[in-house]
Design a protein around this ligand. Structure first.
Ligand code: AMP
Length: 482
C-alpha cells in the first residue's frame, strides 16, 4: 500500500488470513505475522471476527512489540486477518497501520494490502470530489471506498468491480463477518498462497507463514484470481483476465524468505543459483568468500560452491535490530550499518576477500562494509552482487522509488566501485538472473528496476496492459474441494 498525501512512498508488506471457526485464529495469525516479519517491521495489526462483531488491534513496531499486551480477543473467533508493514518516513503513522476496518451499508469489512496501486491518487481525488472522506493516507482505503460504493450484491462481486478499477500491484486479504477473501493482481506482482488446516484455511504472502502454524500448502493464488472462503469451503473466481505474468524478481533476490516457495520456485534455490552463476561470470583470485548477512548469505554459499573458494563468516550481524533501509534519513542509515554489522578480524586479516551481497541500492551498506573489512586487515575486497545494478524506481511496492537516490541511476559500475572503494565490483547479469530461475518462467517476471521495462504503464489498466496469455470468462467459478 502507498502513502498518498505526503509523496509517492511505497511499502512492502505482508498479509495473512485464517478462516477456522472455533480455533484461536488470532493466535494463528500472530504466529503467521511473526513468520512474515521480514516483509514489514514498522507496524503490525490483526483484525478478528466472531461472525457478528469485528475488532482490530494495530500498532507501530514489531509483531511481538505490538501484541505484547493486546492480542485482540473474542470468544468464538472465526476469522482473522493480519498485516505487517514496512514503510518510509512520511507514511510512518499509527493511523496508517493495517488491517483497516470499516462499517458500510453491507456490514463490516476489514482489509489488509500488500503492493502499490499506481492510480490510487486519481481515484481518491475523484472520490473526494464526490464527498468521500478518508481517514488514512494509504491507497488501501481507496479499495474500501470503491467496495462501499459498488451496487453489486455480493462482497466478492463488489470487490471484483473495485479491483478492476485499480491499477498496479496488490495482494489483499479481506474479511467480512462470514468470509475470508484473498486476491492477487492480474499480473501477480506480489506473492500470495493458500494453505489448509485440518479445520480451516489460511492465506499468506509467503509459504513460510503456512509452515509456522503447520498448515499444508495448497497452491499459490493465481494472478487475477480471488479465493473466497466461508463455511461451504473455498471457491475461486477469476475477476480479471489473466495477463502475461510479471511477478517481482526482487522477491527472489532479497525480499522473500529463502524457505518460502513462490509460484513453484524455491527462493533458496533461486538465490543459491544466483550465487553460482555470479561465480561463473566473475571470479577474481581470492582466499575466502564472505557474505553480507543475512540477505547475501544464500548467494554467497552458491558462489563458494561453484568456485570452490571457501565460505567463511567474515561479518557478524547484530540480530536484534531491523533492516537498515528502515532508517529514514541517510545519517541514520549510516549509523545503522555500524550498529548492525562488524568485521571478524581473525577471519579477514591479511586475506583477499570476495564479499557477496544481494543488491546495491544507494551504496550506503557496501561502502561502509568495504571500509570495515579494510580496517579489520583485509588485503583486498572484491564485491560481487547477486543482482544487476538497480537503475530504475519500482512502482509496484518495493521501496526503491526515488531514482536519484539509486546509485546505479547516476554512476557506472566503475564509478560505483570507486565510490564504495572496493578492489573490484561485479553485478550479476540479467541473463544470469533469468538462468537462476529454474522452476518459473523467467520471461514472466518484472525486471523493471534493472531495465525500466515496466509491465504496467502509468495510466494503463492492468486488464488492458500486456498480452493476454489466457482468456477466461470473467466470473467463472471453479469449485475446489473443501
Ligand atoms: P544500500 O546500502 O542502499 O546500497 O542498500 C543495499 C542493502 O540493502 C543490501 O544489503 C540489501 O540486502 C538491502 N536492500 C536491498 N533492497 C532493499 C529494500 N527494498 N528494502 C530494504 N533493504 C534492502
Amino acid at each position: 500500500m502507498t502513502e498518498i498525501l505526503s509523496g509517492p512512498w511505497h511499502e512492502e508488506c505482508g498479509v495473512y488470513g485464517v478462516f477456522a471457526p472455533g480455533e484461536d485464529v488470532t493466535a494463528l495469525t500472530y504466529l503467521g505475522l511473526y513468520a512474515l516479519q521480514h516483509r514489514g517491521q514498522e507496524s503490525a495489526g490483526i483484525a478478528v471476527t466472531d461472525g457478528a462483531w469485528m475488532d482490530v488491534s494495530r500498532g507501530m513496531g514489531l509483531v511481538n512489540e505490538v501484541f505484547r499486551h493486546q492480542v485482540p480477543h473474542m470468544d468464538n473467533q472465526r476469522i482473522a486477518i493480519g498485516h505487517v508493514r514496512y514503510s518510509t518516513t512520511g507514511s510512518s503513522l499509527r493511523i496508517n497501520t493495517q488491517p483497516l476496518i470499516v462499517n458500510y451499508a453491507g456490514g463490516k469489512i476489514s482489509l489488509a494490502h500488500n503492493g502499490n496501486l499506481t492510480n490510487a491518487p486519481e481515484i481518491r481525488h475523484q472520490l473526494e470530489q464526490d464527498g468521500a472522506m478518508f481517514q488514512t493516507s494509504v491507497d488501501t482505503e481507496v479499495i474500501l471506498n470503491l467496495i462501499a460504493r459498488s451496487r453489486k450484491e455480493k462482497i466478492e462481486d463488489k470487490l471484483a468491480e473495485s479491483l478492476n478499477k485499480v491499477k498496479g500491484a496488490y495482494c489483499i486479504t479481506l474479511m467480512t463477518e462470514t468470509k475470508l477473501i484473498g486476491a492477487r493482481d492480474p499480473q501477480g506482482f506480489r506473492p500470495l498462497c493458500v494453505g489448509k488446516l485440518d479445520e480451516g484455511w489460511v492465506l499468506s504472502s509467503e509459504s513460510c507463514g503456512l509452515d509456522v502454524i503447520g498448515a499444508h500448502f495448497v497452491r499459490d493464488v493465481y494472478p487475477g484470481e480471488m479465493v473466497i472462503i466461508d463455511d461451504s469451503g473455498l471457491k475461486s473466481v477469476r475477476f480479471a483476465p489473466r495477463q502475461k505474468m510479471a511477478s517481482c524478481i526482487f522477491e527472489y533476490i532479497y525480499f522473500a524468505r529463502p524457505d518460502s516457495v513462490i509460484d513453484g520456485q524455491s527462493v533458496h534455490e533461486a538465490r543459491f543459483n544466483m550465487g553460482r552463476i555470479l561465480a561463473r561470470e566473475y571470479r577474481p583470485k581470492a582466499d575466502i568468500v564472505i557474505s553480507v548477512p543475512d540477505s547475501g548469505t544464500t548467494a554467497a554459499t552458491g558462489y563458494s560452491y561453484e568456485s570452490g573458494i571457501p565460505f567463511c563468516e567474515g561479518l557478524m550481524k547484530n540480530r536484534y535490530i531491523g533492516r537498515t533501509f528502515i532508517q529514514p534519513t541517510q545519517q541514520k542509515r549510516d549509523t545503522a550499518v555500524k550498529l548492525k554489522l562488524n568485521a571478524i578480524r581473525s577471519v579477514v586479516e591479511g586475506k583477499s576477500v570476495i564479499m557477496v551481497d544481494d543488491s546495491i541500492v544507494r551504496g550506503t551498506t557496501s561502502g561502509k562494509i568495504v571500509k570495515m573489512l579494510r580496517n579489520a586487515g583485509a588485503r583486498e575486497v572484491h564485491m560481487c552482487v547477486s543482482s544487476p545494478p538497480i537503475g530504475f524506481p519500482c512502482y509496484y511496492g518495493i521501496d526503491t522509488q526515488v531514482r536519484k537516490e539509486l546509485i546505479a541511476a547516476t554512476k557506472s559500475v566503475d564509478e560505483i566501485c570507486k565510490y564504495i572503494e572496493a578492489d573490484s565490483l561485479h553485478f550479476l547479469s540479467i541473463e544470469g538472473l533469468k538462468e537462476a530461475m529454474t522452476s518459473v518462467n523467467p520471461e514472466e517476471m518484472c525486471y523493471a528496476c534493472f531495465n525500466s521495462d515496466y509491465p504496467v504503464e502509468q495510466g494503463e489498466t492492468p486488464a488492458s496492459a500486456g498480452k493476454y496469455v489466457f482468456e477466461h470468462k470473467k466470473q467463472s467459478v471453479i469449485e475446489i474441494k473443501k
